[in-house]
Design a protein around this ligand. Structure first.
Ligand code: JD8
Length: 236
C-alpha cells in the first residue's frame, strides 16, 4: 500500500519510521510519502490560512495550496498506474472510524490523508478532490481534536497492521478486541502470583478446551459490561 500524508506538521509523522510500521516500510509492504502543505504555497510567508467568509473566529485553510498538493500526488499516482487512490480527510463531520472500516481500507492500493488544521479546509477542496478521485471524510470519534494528524496516525496504525505480512503472527489479529465483534479477554503472564494476585487457575490447567471457554466467557462478560451495544440483543 502507498500512503501519502499532506500536513503542515510533517515532523509529526517521524514516528512512522519506527516499530511495526517502520519495519513494514523497510520491507516494502508500505510506501509512505509525507508532504508539507507549505511547500505548495507561492508567497514568501508560505501562507496556508486566511479569514473565513461570513466572519467568525479562527482561520480557514486556503484552497490553492491543497489543490497544488493533491494534484501533484494524484498526477504521480497516474504515472505509477494507480488511477483511483482514496483521499481521506479526517473530520469531526466524517463517518466514525471502526475496525470494519480499517479492514475495508486495508485493501486499498493508495490512501492520501489530508490533515486539516485551524477551523478546517476550504470546502471547495473536498469538492475539487471529488472531481478527481474517491473521497471519504472520517472521524476518529465524538470528541474535538485540533487537527487531522492524530486521527491520521491512528488510522494508519489500525489499517497498516491489517496488511498481510505487517503483523508477524496473523492469528493474533483474530482474537483482538473488535475484530471478532467482542472485546478481548484479560491477558496474564509470569509470575503466577504477583503482589498477592493470582493468575486464574484455568489458565494454568493445560486444558485448552476449558481455557477457550473461559476466554469466550470473559469476552462476553466484558463486552456486555462495557460495550453492550456491540452484542446482538439476545446476548446483552
Ligand atoms: C480535522 C481542524 C480542528 C475542528 C474547530 C477545533 C477527526 N474525531 C475528530 N475530532 N476532531 C477532528 C478533527 C479536527 C480538526 C481537523 C479533524 C481540522 N480541526 C477544528 C472543527 C472545530 N476546530 C477529528 N478525525
Amino acid at each position: 500500500m502507498r500512503i501519502d500524508i499532506v500536513t503542515i506538521f510533517p515532523e509529526f509523522f517521524s514516528v512512522l519510521d519506527v516499530s511495526l510500521l517502520g519495519k513494514a516500510r523497510q520491507s516494502g509492504l508500505i510506501d509512505l510519502g509525507v508532504h508539507d502543505l507549505r511547500d505548495f504555497t507561492i508567497d514568501r510567508h508560505r501562507t496556508v490560512d486566511d479569514t473565513p467568509y461570513g466572519g467568525g473566529a479562527g482561520m480557514v485553510m486556503r484552497a490553492e495550496p491543497w489543490g497544488q498538493a493533491l494534484d501533484g500526488i494524484l498526477d504521480a499516482s497516474l504515472e505509477r498506474g494507480v488511477f483511483d487512490p482514496l483521499i481521506v480527510f479526517p473530520s469531526p463531520a466524517g463517518d466514525v472510524f471502526t475496525q470494519a472500516m480499517a479492514q475495508q481500507l486495508s485493501s486499498e492500493k493508495q490512501i492520501v490523508f489530508g490533515c486539516g488544521r485551524y477551523e478546517g479546509i476550504d470546502q471547495r477542496v473536498v469538492e475539487y478532490a471529488e472531481t478527481r478521485t474517491r473521497v471519504k471524510l472520517v472521524s476518529l470519534g465524538d470528541y474535538v481534536l485540533n487537527g487531522g494528524e492524530v486521527a491520521t496516525m491512528a488510522m494508519i496504525e489500525a489499517i497498516g497492521r491489517l496488511i498481510p505480512g505487517v503483523v508477524g503472527n496473523p492469528a493474533s489479529l483474530v482474537e483482538e478486541s473488535h475484530s471478532s465483534g467482542l472485546l478481548e479477554y484479560p491477558a496474564y503472564t509470569k509470575p503466577g502470583n504477583w503482589r498477592g494476585l493470582d493468575v486464574p487457575p484455568v489458565l494454568l490447567s493445560g486444558n485448552h478446551g476449558a481455557i477457550a471457554r473461559w476466554r469466550l466467557e470473559q469476552q462476553l462478560e466484558r463486552t456486555r459490561r462495557v460495550r453492550p451495544e456491540l452484542l446482538p440483543p439476545e446476548l446483552r
